[in-house]
Design a protein around this ligand. Structure first.
Ligand SMILES: [Zn+2]
Ligand SMILES: [Zn+2]
Length: 334
């Protein structure tokens, strides 16, 4: 009977480890604020900076690229620990992130009376709309913020987060009093990785979970990755799930067509773990057969050569971009 005691203890621990709290008092996570709406692109592009900088709290910044520079208008994330900062993505084409990154890091150093802050530059995955700023940031010659650049490859990411067995194992990085867990989530891209910030309870999911079209390249890998995310978050407080794009409107089941620059009625950025559970259930319903299906806050969108011909997205993209370029300056036609 002696051997039963540790098993019972483990059982008691496992049942008490759900992310529930006795009082709705904010739980154990460091709070932060999200804006009610984000800048998208236009309607007056001359008035818009290339990046909107949002301070979630004094040590977490969310930067959104203007749609006037590129319709992808991705979000990138900047975390500060005591020893170093971590940047998650470098933006899309024509983003010119480097000067804005320098500005934010230097302002942070001034506020914290620091003379230098190393920055680890990493990525949600390897697609062009998340790595376009890499070269400019690598070329920065700023002694106060030395850059440790991590290539968006499975091997480099494994080394950074100390993940021996990809994608089954998770890893982590310590920024100095702030640990981020790294969860491999291939499927949208081979090198996709989610980050969970133990301090704020924020889970970054890149292009794998966000309010928009979830382009799935490898359906089987994506399904397994979603299940791993569900399992990983089972016993942790998830304050927000934050992805890298917004393509949904505020109207349920309705997205903006690909190529849209100005999105005055776009969906909120933040999702909850409930969306993750809905996605897992949606994938299970498809039973291994990739298919496009729209849900309230996202749609599953199998992609790749086999689907490209039938989805007509290239035509939609061209038409949408032309319409937007004709109207984005908000000028009344004579
Ligand atoms: Zn992508
Ligand atoms: Zn993307």
């Amino acid at each position: 009977m002696k051997t039963l005691a540790p098993a019972l203890l483990a059982l008691a621990l496992s049942t008490s480890l759900h992310a529930q709290f006795a009082q709705p008092d904010g739980g154990t996570v460091r709070p932060g604020k999200l804006p009610l709406t984000w800048s998208t692109g236009g309607p007056k592009c001359m008035e818009m900076p290339e990046w909107q900088v949002h301070e979630y709290n004094p040590d977490l910044f969310i930067l959104r690229q203007s749609g006037c520079t590129d319709y992808e208008k991705p979000f990138v994330y900047l975390f500060f620990g005591k020893d170093r900062a971590l940047l998650y993505d470098t933006g899309s084409r024509k983003g010119n992130l480097a000067p804005t990154l320098q500005h934010v890091v230097h302002q942070w150093m001034t506020r914290n009376q620091r003379t230098s802050m190393p920055v680890v530059v990493t990525h949600s995955h390897s697609h062009g709309d998340h790595i376009a700023g890499d070269a400019d940031i690598q070329a920065l010659k700023d002694a106060a913020m030395p850059i440790a650049f991590i290539a968006p490859t499975v091997d480099a990411v494994k080394t950074l987060y100390n993940i021996a067995n990809w994608p089954e194992q998770t890893g982590s990085i310590d920024l100095g009093g702030r640990v981020l867990d790294a969860i491999p989530i291939p499927g949208h891209d081979t090198a996709s990785i989610a980050l969970y910030d133990r301090q704020t309870g924020v889970l970054l999911t890149g292009d794998s979970v966000y309010p928009g079209r979830i382009y799935i390249r490898d359906f089987d890998a994506f399904t397994k990755s979603t299940t791993r995310l569900v399992e990983f978050t089972k016993d942790k407080p998830v304050a927000h799930i934050l992805g890298c794009h917004i393509e949904e409107t505020r109207t349920p089941f309705l997205d903006y067509p690909v190529g849209t620059i100005y999105q005055p009625d776009e969906h909120a950025l933040e999702l909850s773990r409930g969306t993750l559970l809905e996605m897992q259930a949606a994938l299970a319903t498809l039973n291994g057969t990739p298919k496009r299906v729209a849900y309230r806050d996202f749609s599953l969108w199998p992609s790749g050569p086999a689907f490209r011909a039938q989805d007509g997205s290239q035509n939609t993209f061209k038409q949408t971009q032309q319409f937007q370029l004709d109207h984005m300056w908000d000028q009344t036609k004579p």
